[in-house]
Design a protein around this ligand. Structure first.
Ligand code: PLP
Length: 415
């Protein structure tokens, strides 16, 4: 299976062996379409990359939490990185193994922690001392021991968008690595905690593995120190963050090469290694299908108005993200330069700015590329727009794995 499952055959864009136009005509637009084979290939690149080294690949659920995708990964043997009680619920519904779940996040509530204790998760990635105290108290009440990794902040610059960079001291995440030893020492007082791990995650959409390796080296140094002080450290959770190429001229970083570099550093340390990849597993495995509604010109500017909007895919508006836009049918229409915009009443509602693209006429279908990660999960009902359908393709088969919302779904629970 090619790394990119979205390829043209006879000028028609396919996902694996299914023409995207067939999906659009039966499921409607806007619709997210994901390739199961690409998701599995990316997961296996991580899993196989570690080889015999003890490891768990904990897919970061927040990147795309559709139940069918979680089930696919659970069946392939994946663990999961969750950041909320809702994500825990999803993973358990999808048949995920609780013993392979790690729970990250700076603001876990007592209810969420208790649910995770009850489920018997692999570890809590703890981000503050008050959180340690709360987990200890709740574990004590249940007569359990909670496995803990402190999330340390290694103070490295991730060189990514400032909203998704997390590894500097000015960010809200983790505990300053310089303070970590003292925090582990103080945490010895908590008799219901097993201080078994160290975790870190420095940011997302990293196109270069250098900063991660720098962070890994600091984490390994800390582990040596902790073991010298008598802590029985069993695992290192090195987070996620590997990027994907959004522009056709960029190359997607190789998962295999990344893991090979990581493995070089962590082998022979008598450690289980965890990673928490999200974007690099699902990002390139999804597109958002949309239909052209109107064309218009305003002064010098050309607009292609489509039926997908910032409520369906917020990345361009939120992160100034670039998403390649492909016609479902390549034609001999001339190239134009246009803004691709949606129907939402915000000037920030754009999918592309000044984009050189094949001229699109009303009715023409487009695929917004590399939309499998942080796409549907950040969709909202702004402007009372139903969230899109989601479709999963495998080989020549496809099915709707989330129905398009109805207007009744939108008012459910309102008085
Ligand atoms: C978001 C997040 C991830 C996943 O990041 P990707 O860039 O999608 O790989 C992993 N771990 C933590 C703690 C996160 O917050």
């Amino acid at each position: 299976m090619s790394a990119n499952p979205f390829l043209y055959q006879d000028r028609t864009l396919f996902c694996e062996n299914v023409a995207l136009a067939d999906i659009a005509s039966r499921a409607g637009t806007p619709t997210y379409v994901y390739s199961a084979s690409a998701i599995l290939a990316n997961y296996r690149a991580y899993d196989d990359g570690f080889g015999a080294l003890p490891h768990t690949v904990c897919y970061a659920v927040k990147a795309n939490s559709n139940l069918s995708i979680l089930r696919l990964l659970a069946q392939a043997g994946a663990g999961f990185d969750i950041v909320s009680g809702g994500e825990l619920f999803r993973v358990l519904q999808a048949g995920g193994d609780p013993a392979k779940i790690v729970f990250s996040g700076v603001g876990k509530t007592a209810g969420e922690i208790d649910d995770a204790l009850k489920a018997g998760i692999l570890a809590f990635n703890c981000e503050s001392e008050p959180e340690l105290a709360l987990i200890d108290a709740l574990a004590h009440r249940r007569g359990l021991k909670a496995r803990i990794a402190l999330r340390v902040n290694p103070d490295v610059e991730a060189h990514t968008h400032h909203y998704i960079s997390t590894g500097k001291l000015a960010h809200k995440f983790g505990i300053d690595i310089a303070e970590a030893l003292a925090v582990y020492q103080r945490a010895r007082q908590f008799s219901s905690l097993l201080l078994e791990g160290v975790s870190c995650h420095i940011g997302s959409q990293l196109m270069d593995s250098g900063p991660v390796m720098e962070a890994v080296d600091r984490v390994l140094e800390l582990i040596v120190t902790l073991r010298e002080k008598g802590f029985d450290i069993q695992h290192a959770d090195l987070g996620g963050g590997l990027g994907v190429a959004y522009k056709p001229e960029d190359a997607t970083p190789s998962i295999a090469a990344f893991i090979a570099r990581l493995k070089d550093r962590v082998q022979n340390q008598n450690l289980r290694v965890l990673v928490e990849p999200g974007r690099s597993i699902v990002g390139g495995a999804g597109v958002l299908l949309t239909k052209t509604l109107y064309r218009k010109t305003s002064g010098e500017k050309e607009f292609v108005i489509v039926d997908a909007a910032m409520n369906d895919l917020i990345r361009p508006a939120l992160y100034q993200a670039y998403h390649d836009i492909l016609p479902l049918r390549q034609s001999s229409a001339p190239m134009i330069q246009a803004d691709v915009v949606g129907p939402v009443c915000e000037t920030g509602d754009f999918l592309a700015k000044d984009r050189t693209m094949q001229e699109a006429f009303p009715g023409d279908l487009l695929a917004i590329s590399t939309a499998g990660a942080y796409g549907f999960v950040q969709a909202s009902n702004y402007n009372t727009r139903p969230r899109p359908a989601e479709v999963l393709v495998q080989g020549s088969e496809w099915k709707v794995v989330r129905d398009r919302e109805s207007y009744h779904d939108l008012i459910r629970g309102e008085a």
